[in-house]
Design a binder for this molecule. Sequence first.
Ligand SMILES: [Mg+2]
Ligand SMILES: [Zn+2]
Length: 203
Amino acid sequence: MGIGELGLPKAVFLDRDGVINPPVGLDEFGGTESPLRFEDFQIFPWTAKAIKILNGFGFYVFVVTNQPAVAKEKMSLQELENMHFHLTYWVREAGGIIDKIYACLHHPDPKQVKIPALLTECDCRKPKPGMLFQAAKEFGIDLQKSWMIGDTWKDIRAGQAAGCRTILVRNETDNRGKTIKPDFEAENLLEAAEIILWEENNQ
Ligand SMILES: [Mg+2]
Ligand SMILES: [Zn+2]
């Protein structure tokens, strides 16, 4: 590839719960329940390897995660930051790089939110694409050449709204009743990374 063909950098956006780490259960709507304590936070055995593969192909890797438990005071910001510090560290120890973690701490329901400053109908909570746009602005990312990987309809909608190609990771998350058309489906993050490499090599 000549230098003239290089263009803007591309990225892979990763949802966190159910993609990078196992959820701790399912909520009443069939959605994944996020770990609320650092002791309950561990990454899948293949997470670092998958991220390393994506790094090696020249992708920026960002995590984009909804964590409204902070607004609801079910989890402190310090606890969340501790999880993300260790996530970055564990991946780096295995040779992978997470370029930045974006977390939406907001929630729009006044009945559930305990921290007034986080009560808002924000632009970052997926299915809105705000976190992807933010990363694109900060890092100069070409979203059309980028990918979103997630396990819920919200991730797929956010990725599509940002103009990215999307991969749905199939797990126990209940997406029934939501019409989503991801470009691909995968068993886990490693398979999703392999799909991206195959597509990049064969486009
Ligand atoms: Mg998820
Ligand atoms: Zn938000």
